[in-house]
Design a protein around this ligand. Structure first.
Ligand SMILES: OC[C@H]1O[C@H](O)[C@H](O)[C@@H]1O
Length: 335
């Protein structure tokens, strides 16, 4: 803890990939022909990105990036948010920067000149609303530690980190620096595991961070929980982790979500929905709702419910950013 903790200016500051999503409806046979891992997130290079793009039908381009999506949800709920992530100095980078600022999120990371271009995620959405993501990280993967605004990190109640960005080396070093800055300032650190492949590659790092008490709020889905703990049985996996983080949140898709706070377990069902269109961003928006409730002092059950409401909104349409004012939606649903 620093001697003179600064005033809190932001509820949440997130560090994540700065990506624009390129989405198209697709069929399972297309995924098979292209050798895509259905429902997964795969990193791709320029050549593969071009190949996949050539096989997509008409696309929608909508800003994305997991942590940025979460902030878009939180800002829509009324939270004060700031984002750190790197785009390139190109038209797609301008789109990302425009959209995040238009969502009322502070964003001051300078665009990186030259190649590679701004990162993008090519997303194939099948008729069952499953999303299959192929990410070309572009400029995002070179986020340097000196792009961090340490004062702003210290002035944010929660530092929220995206597991996806733990994979490339430079951003990983930046995130480690951000963690120590936040902790020195007495702030909370939240982490989303993002995908089982990240845990396959960096699980030891995450288990160390958890064992050292560096993570206060941990988000995972049930596949990631199993990968992190090495335990297939859900309840046993949860029990093995729940005493190691103060707040553990696990999403279970259509089966709802669970939170364990200081050893006390609560759960909510998924919100009823007539038609799921696109599951891209479901976990991101769940995290937005939960974290908003948490920072505003709502109970774990209420926070889970907010998460479920926000996730329901985002899966009802194409793209991973909310299309309605979530604050109004939540007001209508729970008051
Ligand atoms: O979680 C969904 C997000 O992951 C990928 O990072 C895409 O950008 C997408 O918006």
């Amino acid at each position: 803890m620093s001697d003179t903790p600064s005033e809190v200016r932001y509820d949440v500051l997130a560090i994540g990939n700065a990506l624009v999503d390129v989405l198209a409806h697709s069929r399972d046979e297309v995924l098979q022909d292209l050798g895509l891992v259905r429902g997964g997130m795969t990193l791709v290079d320029t050549a593969r990105a071009e190949e996949l793009y050539a096989h997509m039908g008409p696309t929608a381009q909508i800003s994305g990036g997991s942590a940025a999506n979460t902030l878009a949800g939180m800002a829509s709920l009324g939270a004060r948010c700031a984002f750190i992530g790197q785009v390139a100095d190109d038209p797609l980078g301008e789109v990302f920067a425009h959209d995040i600022r238009a969502a009322d999120i502070a964003f001051d990371t300078p665009a990186r000149p030259g190649q590679p271009p701004t990162g993008r995620c090519l997303i194939f959405v099948t008729p069952d609303a499953q999303r299959t993501m192929n990410t070309f990280l572009g400029a995002s993967q070179f986020l340097p530690a000196d792009a961090l605004d340490l004062e702003t990190i210290a002035a944010s109640a929660v530092l929220y980190l995206e597991g996806y960005l733990w994979d490339p080396e430079e951003p990983r070093a930046a995130m480690r620096k951000a963690i120590s800055t936040a902790r020195d300032a007495g702030r909370k650190v939240a982490f989303t595991m993002s995908d089982a492949f990240v845990i396959d590659r960096h699980g030891d790092d995450f288990r160390d961070l958890i064992a050292q008490g560096q993570i206060d709020i941990l988000f995972a889905n049930e596949v990631e929980l199993a990968a992190l703990t090495g335990i297939a049985d859900f309840d046993a996996a949860l029990a093995s982790l729940q005493d190691k983080v103060p707040v553990l949140v696990v999403t279970r898709g259509a089966h709802g979500a669970v939170a364990v706070t200081d050893g006390h377990r609560v759960e909510v069902p998924a919100e009823p929905i007539e038609r799921v269109v696109d599951t891209t961003g479901a976990g991101d928006l769940f995290a937005a709702g939960f974290l908003f409730g948490h920072v505003r002092g709502r109970s774990p059950t209420e926070s889970l419910r907010l998460g479920a409401i926000c996730a329901r909104e985002v899966i009802s349409h194409f793209g991973a950013r909310p299309e309605v004012c979530l604050s109004t939606l939540v007001e209508e649903k729970v008051g």
